[in-house]
Every structure is written in structure tokens, then in C-alpha cells.
Design a binder for this molecule. Structure first.
Ligand code: BG6
Length: 511
């Protein structure tokens, strides 16, 4: 593959600083703040995208003072920062960090918050813009928004804005997502709501749109005439770690599919938007999600596979089964693996299945989208066994590897006409170097400049749950009988292979 000079490549790196504002983090003493949010804000400061008039107020029920909160963050930052930190930089930051103790359900806390915001605004010369990051348990989402409304903390004016970032999971099925949307829309306008999905903060995910719509050569073949099927894999080697309590109420399907995997589906399947404006892009994503066929209950067992990891081995490490993990029931029927076959009912994708799989304790950590193209007509290679005929495949590597590869057939050198598969590869780091990132920078920055393109709209969330809820219902009604059904370190249960084998296909072999 010939190279381009990255220095000469056009860049859309945002140049303008974010608007002056106060960021309030609800649930500030939790993991997300120290692991992701503060390191991401630091990266934004290094990139000179944070304004001088900026401050953070942490809010949670833990008994801390602002000073103690600063000490806590100082102790942790070296563990989680993804860029080198100078004392001046950290000092700049600490001067802008505050903390107040408060309950999520008690109006008194919100009164104190209001006073604190006013004081902080005065100190830092900030003119009324606020955004609230809800890093709290999902049961508090509606409550916090209601309390913010009652305290008059989300009112907007001609010259100031108020926005709320809501973490996942947004609902646990279609009904609860609808209830939550209704609840928060009583207080907030849709334009104030930023439903975050951290997958959209990944460079390679954002690149899908550029790859498809910024190049002239892929779009003409991006359809049912040329594509045989699509495979999306999000595999993790880790188990549930210390999150057994949460995971038991969620399972792999809820945890990964209607959010992260459906983002990948919608970006792969959407029509070109008329512009990169937030609603133009999200309209097309939403249409693609709405076109996914909702499975009738009688089809669920044919199009969806679930699994749970048993004991196993990755490298030299012996791994315990899910049922022996902390906070997991010894007879748990929670799935740690899910695979689906989706159909997208529109002209572009009719008869092109999208196969999705995700799971914990799988053989290798990787997230990727593989576009499998149709075979070339056979007549020239009549004597070649079908399995030897190399098909064209484009793989978009999301993580940990970041890049693309295109596989095609080539003549193997020699006097006899033999064909072999070869690959062209593009690796992000080779071209652009490594940019320190937690994946949250772009999302936080976008909220601060009012760009909701990479956030989920209510209709997108509900479209996702519409597809998943019938599967959850059938799985609940018919508890699994074969769990655990895959060994840790494998590629999941045999039924996931059968899902594709029934269509004469197989999962891409990931080494
Ligand atoms: C989270 C899930 O949303 O995404 C986790 O709750 C999962 O269970 C994680 O491990 C995967 O994210 P990433 O960025 O590591 O692929």
C-alpha cells in the first residue's frame, strides 16, 4: 500500500476552545471520575481545548471536602493519566476542582450545589453555562434530572446553556427506556440530553463514517449486490472482574448489544447523511436501527445464541468459571456471551445478514467489523475447490489494533497458476502516531461545544431496545439448560458456530 504523508492530510481536529463552563460530576467519588473523566479532561487541557474559565464540581454522598477530593485525585492521577503531567498543569487543574457532599434524592444537596455553582462561577468568571455528568447508578438518572429541574439548575437562556450527560445503561428493556425518556423529557429538551456511549469516543469508530463517505470507491460496492454478509465481533478476555453484582442483573446482551454493537451496526449500515450535522447523521443511524427486523418470539432461538463461560485456560493462566466469580449465584443463568443474526429490512441490505457476537473470557481481546464480499464468478477457476477460492474481505479493526485490512486473491509466484489470499493493511499508529486518549475526550469536548452527533437520541435508544427486548423475553421464559457451555479462552459456545454454519458460513478465524 502506498503511503500518504500524514502531515499533508486534511485534519478536522477541532481548533476552537470549549465554551467557558462548570462541569458537575454526579457520583464523583466513583471509578469513572478518576479512571476516565479527569484523565480525559487533562488531555483536553494539554490539547489547549479547555478554556481558562472552567471548573469542576464533584458531587456524591461520600463525606469529603474539596481539599480531600483534590488529594484523592492527586494520589490517583499518575495511575490513570494517559499523558505526562507537569506540576504546573496539575496545579492549573486542582485550582478548578471542588467537591460537595450531597444525596441524589435530597433537595437540600441541590440547593447547596446551586450556591456552590454561583460561587465557582464568580471565582472563575464563568457566565452561566453548566453541564452535569451523571456517573451514577441508573436508578438515579430520572431522580437527578428531576431534582436538577426542581432546583432551577437546567434552565437555559439566550447567552447560556445547560446540558446533561447520561451514562449507560439507558433502560434495561424497551418499556423502561421509554419511561426514562419520558421522565427526563419532562425536564429537559432533547437538545440538552447527551446519552453517552463510550464506543463512539473511539477514533476507529468515528473513522467508519469518514472511510465510507469521505472516499469515492467504497460506497458503490457497500450494498447487497457486492456484500455477502457482515460480522461484528466484540471479544474480551477479561471475566466479570469485580462487577458480578451488576452483571448478574444485566448479562452480555444488555451490557453490550443495544448500545455498543448497535452503534457499529448503524454506522456500517446507514445511508450517507446529507451533512455531518448532529441530526442529519443521527436521522440516518436511526433509520438503519429502525430497519433491523424485530424477531418474532418463535424465531428467537434460531437467531440468537447465549453462552456462559466455564473454567478454562488463556496462555498459562487457569481461569475460574463465571459461577464461581464474586457476587455471582452458583447456579446463575446469566449469559456472558451472545451472538445474533440480524436482518436489515431495506433495499441496501435485504438478504445480507449481520452476525454479531460478544462475550467475556474469549480467546482474544478484539473488536472488529468484517465485511465479507461475494465471491467472484467461478468460470475461470472451475477446477479450484470452492474453499480455496479467496474471497474479498474488508476488516475494520476497532481495538486494540486500530486500522483496516483488505484481503484479496493473488497469483502465487511460480510456473503453475495458483491463487492465494493476501492482505493490504493500514494501521493507525503507523500513519498518525499515537495520541494519548481515554476515549472520553471527544465526547466531553463535544458536549461543551454543543455537538450531539456522537450521542444517542431517544429514538435510537428505543429502536435498539425494540430489537433486543423480544430476545430477552424469550430467554427469560426459557432458562438455559446447558450453562456453562463454553470454556474460558475459547471462541464461545458451539451453537454460535452453528448459527453461521446453518447459512453455509463461518466466523472469521481471528488469530
Ligand atoms: C462496558 C461494559 O460498557 O463496555 C463492560 O459494561 C465492557 O462490560 C466494556 O467490558 C467494554 O468496553 P471497551 O471499551 O473495553 O471495549
Amino acid at each position: 500500500m502506498s503511503t500518504i504523508n500524514p502531515a499533508s492530510a486534511a485534519t478536522d481536529a477541532p481548533a476552537r476552545k470549549a465554551d467557558p463552563c462548570v462541569m458537575v460530576i454526579f457520583g464523583a467519588s466513583g471509578d469513572l471520575t478518576k479512571r476516565k473523566l479527569i484523565p480525559a479532561l487533562l488531555n483536553l487541557a494539554v490539547a489547549k481545548l479547555l478554556p481558562e474559565q472552567f471548573a469542576i464540581i464533584g458531587y456524591s454522598s461520600n463525606d469529603l471536602t474539596s481539599e480531600a477530593f483534590r488529594v484523592l485525585l492527586t494520589e490517583e492521577i499518575s495511575k490513570f493519566a494517559s499523558c505526562p503531567i507537569t506540576p504546573e498543569m496539575w496545579d492549573w487543574f486542582l485550582k478548578r476542582i471542588y467537591y460537595i457532599k450531597g444525596d441524589f434524592q435530597n433537595p437540600e444537596g441541590y440547593k447547596t450545589l446551586k450556591q456552590q455553582i454561583a460561587a465557582v462561577e464568580k471565582t472563575h468568571n464563568i457566565s452561566g453555562n453548566h453541564f452535569y455528568y451523571l456517573a451514577v447508578a441508573p436508578r438515579f438518572f430520572g431522580e437527578v434530572v428531576r431534582q436538577l429541574g426542581a432546583a432551577g439548575l437546567v434552565e437555559e437562556g439566550k447567552d447560556h446553556w445547560a446540558r446533561v450527560i447520561i451514562e449507560k445503561p439507558f433502560g434495561r428493556d424497551l418499556d423502561s427506556a421509554k419511561v426514562l425518556n419520558r421522565e427526563i423529557k419532562l425536564i429537559l429538551e432533547e437538545r440538552q440530553i447527551y446519552r453517552i456511549d463510550h464506543y463512539l469516543g473511539k477514533e476507529t469508530v468515528q473513522n467508519i463514517m469518514i472511510f465510507r463517505f469521505g472516499n469515492g470507491i467504497f460506497e458503490p460496492i457497500w450494498n447487497r449486490r457486492y456484500i455477502d454478509h457482515v460480522q461484528i465481533t466484540a471479544a474480551e478476555t477479561v471475566g466479570v472482574e469485580q462487577r458480578g453484582g451488576y452483571y448478574e442483573t444485566s448479562g452480555a446482551l444488555r451490557d453490550m448489544v443495544p448500545n455498543h454493537l448497535f452503534q457499529l451496526v448503524s454506522l456500517t449500515a446507514m445511508e450517507p447523511p446529507t451533512s455531518f450535522k448532529a441530526d442529519d447523521v443521527r436521522d440516518e443511524q436511526s433509520k438503519a436501527l429502525h430497519a433491523i427486523q424485530i424477531p418474532p418470539p418463535e424465531d428467537v432461538l434460531n437467531m440468537a445464541v447465549r453462552g456462559q463461560y466455564g473454567e478454562g485456560q488463556i496462555g498459562d493462566e487457569h481461569l475460574a468459571s463465571y459461577r464461581t466469580e464474586p457476587d455471582v449465584a452458583p447456579d446463575s443463568s446469566t449469559e456472558t456471551f451472545a451472538a445474533l443474526k440480524l436482518r436489515i429490512d431495506n433495499w441496501r441490505w435485504a438478504d445480507v445478514p449481520f452476525y454479531l457476537r460478544t462475550g467475556k473470557r474469549l480467546h482474544k481481546r478484539t473488536t472488529e467489523i468484517a465485511i465479507q464480499f461475494k465471491r467472484a464468478p467461478f468460470h475461470l477457476f472451475r477446477d479450484t475447490p470452492v474453499e480455496k477460492l479467496e474471497t474479498n474481505r474488508l476488516v475494520i479493526y476497532i481495538q486494540p489494533e486500530e486500522g483496516l485490512s483488505l484481503r484479496f486473491g493473488a497469483k502465487i509466484p511460480g510456473p503453475i497458476l495458483h491463487m492465494g489470499g493476501v492482505e493490504m493493511k493500514f494501521n493507525y499508529e503507523d500513519y498518525f502516531g499515537r495520541t494519548p486518549s481515554t476515549g472520553y475526550e471527544r465526547l466531553i469536548y463535544d458536549c461543551m461545544v454543543g455537538d450531539a452527533t456522537l450521542f444517542q437520541r431517544a429514538d435510537m435508544v428505543e429502536a435498539g431496545w425494540s430489537v433486543i427486548t423480544p430476545i430477552l423475553d424469550v430467554w427469560k421464559a426459557l432458562p438455559p439448560r446447558s450453562f456453562p457451555n463454553y470454556a474460558s479462552g475459547s471462541w464461545g459456545p458451539r451453537e454460535a458456530d452453528d448459527l453461521l454454519a446453518r447459512d453455509g458460513r463461518s466466523w472469521r478465524k481471528i488469530e
